[in-house]
Ligand binder design. Structure first.
Ligand code: NAG
Length: 229
């Protein structure tokens, strides 16, 4: 029986070569030797049938694996495209004035409108409102630097806060400094949902200043995306 099984395997193993049941060069070159007639030819070919079933099962498994790999590759490509489409980074400064120009003070807290755009990849920072809107869920990094110079004889007050949907995430405060100028910086990593709004808010009674040197800046970018909707 073992010999028979081995013989049955030969056509499969040698397909593509010029070998056949009757020795070398007896089959048409390139033609697939057919296993089916052998399997139908009698009881002694049962081993052959088992072998053919086995080969068939292996082929099914192979086909399944290839299909699975194709599916996973497709998923990876889709995810990669999605990540590329949701790239988001901005960096802006208060202004680009030749002489120091300040924003504030105001009677109420107010979003700081940073007018000088260095980069706004994904257009998620709105230069009319000063608001950044998260394009998708993820962990974002934000940093604010503020600077102010008090008029001589006046107390200096530079204060702002990073706000996520109106809630304070990182405060910056330099009130009543004895010196006339001050600057401070805050950096925060924040988990956001798609549509969350982040703003650098100028606190009531404070002001910040800037010129071509860009002392007052607001920067944010998507560190990595998460699944949270
Ligand atoms: C495997 O895939 C090939 C090509 O799609 C197909 O011709 C063959 O019948 C499949 N085999 C099995 C066992 O499903």
């Amino acid at each position: 029986m073992r010999g028979l099984v081995l013989l049955c395997l030969l056509p499969a193993a040698l397909s593509g070569m010029n070998f056949g049941w009757n020795g070398p060069a007896s089959t048409t070159s390139g033609a697939e030797p057919s296993l089916v007639p052998v399997c139908n030819s009698g009881q002694e070919s049962c081993g052959c049938c088992l072998m053919q079933k086995q080969i068939n099962r292996m082929e099914q498994f192979f086909n399944y694996s290839v299909q699975e790999l194709k599916t996973q590759l497709m998923n990876s490509k889709t995810n990669l495209n999605y990540m590329r489409a949701s790239r988001s980074a901005f960096s802006v400064a208060l202004n680009n004035a030749n002489t120091l120009t300040c924003f504030g003070p105001f009677a109420n807290d107010k979003p700081i409108i940073f007018k000088n755009i260095f980069i706004n990849l994904g257009n998620n920072y709105n230069e009319q409102t000063g608001i950044f809107t998260a394009p998708r869920a993820g962990v974002y990094s934000f940093s604010i630097s503020i600077y102010s110079l008090a008029a001589s004889g006046k107390a200096q007050a530079s204060c702002a806060s990073l706000r996520v949907n109106g809630n304070e995430a990182a405060p910056l405060s330099e009130r009543n400094g004895k010196d006339r100028e001050d600057s401070s910086t805050a950096v925060a990593a924040v988990q956001l949902k798609a549509g969350d709004q982040v703003v650098a808010s100028l606190l009531q009674g404070c002001d910040i200043c800037d010129d071509v040197n860009h002392y007052s800046t607001f920067t944010g970018f998507l560190l990595y995306a998460t699944d949270k909707a």
